[in-house]
Design a protein around this ligand. Structure first.
Ligand code: GDP
Length: 483
């Protein structure tokens, strides 16, 4: 196509090159138009096509969202006996995609983003089911002007117990296909996109073009996922043209959609700015280090600490401390502030001791800070999630980031920052691997459990070998990511 498709936004542009709508009241959500004052300016172009797709989506959401007559009618239609809705569903005026919370906040943000891109591509309205708890309360601002993305709490909502849905449920796509029924006539369907779907090709057919044509007729889709399934949407040839126009650079999907969707609430933004102003505002350079340990990849504290140090010094992210050359030679030392985010406190303590005792090289002083060390994950709790979000956002203000392999928490930080991180690779037999870290090929998250079912071959295939820009991930080779 001729003409300028994409523009790099002016760093002073508070709407981020048209990514954000101007139609919000600033006081209800300070972070929306102010995060750009803290983050490095994005180097990644936004296509005008994406901007208009977002504005179109916003008007759809305003017309069909909770509280509108169209929404009331759509819920009413769910109550009709199956045969009645079979005839009316094809003429449904609005259709919906309902997200459910599972796993930690990083996973949740990635699945909300994946659901949103699917909603954009299929003209559905994305609604978040809170799961009954308060885990979503006072966490994010509303992303769509003049409406809400929260599914209203309603005891009479016709789809019951959404949190308990699973792949075998009578209304799941899997069960419908196994019965030999036509999925296109269902008033609603449950789509199971959790990683345990890997042997179930009926679930994975969600990613196939012919299945999408049938699902287009179903007014309500409810899904659960613990995966960034955006690369799976790219595998569908039916979306190819649209996605290429929205994202001429495929490796910036989460970067753009994440900065569009996730604005911390004023409470969380207060935590972010207080911490930032106290510890980071005066630094010349900010380094973020995210340390995540997984039960399935055990490693001792000393070994992991060695890996972090080895990686950051080898890559020039942190200086090698040297008491002998300490002290400046006329020049004021450059101040480097290191943000460590982790459930554990030991790594920042050791780093802080190291740089306190030995000084730094003559040209740099290093200070190390860690906002919290909560010990364990408690993703059902509001305050816990608020802290986690505050730390992901602080991480995204970094000039350079080191993340932990396979962690969605890290993916969110790097994606919002728009940076390719240095990734601490997973341990091998409890030891740090020879190469302690690798510079990621992309800032995109990894889709850990891509479909094995190849729609065209109608057999198992390799999702990392179908398209040039969907490749196996470096930090988790069985996954795929956009490059
Ligand atoms: P993942 O498990 O690393 O892929 O990331 P998730 O965000 O999905 O789940 C981990 C959860 O544990 C987070 O959402 C937090 O609740 C908690 N958590 C893990 N690391 C940190 C951290 O560095 N800081 C804080 N505050 N919480 C963390």
């Amino acid at each position: 196509t001729a003409g300028p498709l994409a523009t790099v936004p002016d760093p002073r542009d508070r709407l981020l090159g048209g990514l954000l709508s101007p139609d919000f009241d600033e006081t209800s959500c300070h972070s929306r138009y102010r995060a750009l004052l803290y983050r490095r300016p994005s180097m990644h172009a936004i296509s005008s096509y994406l901007v208009s797709a977002l504005r179109r989506y916003e008007s759809l959401h305003r017309r069909c969202g909770p509280g509108t007559p169209a929404y009331v009618r759509a819920v009413e239609r769910l109550r009709e006996p199956p045969n009645a809705s079979a005839t009316s569903s094809s003429s449904a005026e609005c259709s919906y995609l309902v997200w459910n919370p599972i796993e930690g906040l990083g996973n949740r943000m990635l699945t909300i983003t994946s659901g949103f891109l699917y909603a954009l591509l299929t003209d559905r309205v994305l609604l978040l089911h809170s799961g009954g708890g308060d885990a979503l309360d006072d966490l994010f601002c509303e992303p769509f002007p003049g409406s809400t993305w929260i599914l209203p709490a309603d005891e009479d909502f016709p789809i019951r117990d959404m949190g308990k849905l699973n792949g075998g449920h009578h209304e799941s796509l899997r069960a419908v296909l196994r019965r030999g029924d036509d999925p296109g006539v269902a008033p609603w369907l449950y789509i199971h996109l959790r990683h345990d779907y890997s042997k179930v090709h009926q679930d994975q057919q969600f990613f196939c073009e012919d299945m999408q044509a049938q699902l287009q007729r179903v007014p309500w889709l409810v899904f659960q996922s613990d995966n960034y399934f955006v690369p799976g949407l790219f595998l569908n040839p039916g979306h190819e043209r649209e996605l290429a126009r929205m994202f001429p650079r495929r490796d910036a999907v989460f970067h753009h959609l994440g900065r569009y969707l996730f604005h911390p609430s004023n409470t969380v933004w207060g935590m972010v700015t207080r911490y930032h102003d106290e510890y980071f505002a005066k630094a010349d350079e900010r380094v973020g280090i995210q340390v995540r340990k997984f039960g399935w990849a055990p490693i001792s504290t000393d070994e992991l600490y060695g890996q972090i140090l080895n990686c950051s010094q080898r890559e020039g992210i942190l200086p090698v401390p040297n008491a002998a050359t300490g002290g400046s030679e006329g020049q004021p030392a450059k101040q480097k502030a290191v943000l460590v985010v982790s459930l554990h406190g030991e790594y920042s303590e050791k780093l802080r001791d190291l740089y306190r005792k030995n000084g730094s090289t003559g040209r740099e002083t290093v200070s190390v800070y860690q906002p919290t060390h909560l010990g364990a994950q408690r993703s059902g709790e509001q305050h816990h999630n608020q802290k986690a979000l505050a730390e992901m956002v602080l991480l995204s203000f970094s000039d350079a980031v080191v993340t932990s392999a396979v962690s969605t928490f890290g993916y969110v930080g790097q994606g919002l920052a728009g940076l390719r991180p240095w990734v601490l690779m997973s341990p091998v037999d409890r030891k740090a691997p020879d190469a302690p870290c690798r510079r990621a090929a992309t800032m995109e998250p990894c889709f850990h459990a891509p479909p094995r079912y190849d729609c065209r071959a109608k057999a198992n295939g390799d999702a990392g070998r179908i398209l040039r820009h969907v490749r196996h991930c470096e930090d988790f080779p069985q996954g795929v990511q956009l490059v």
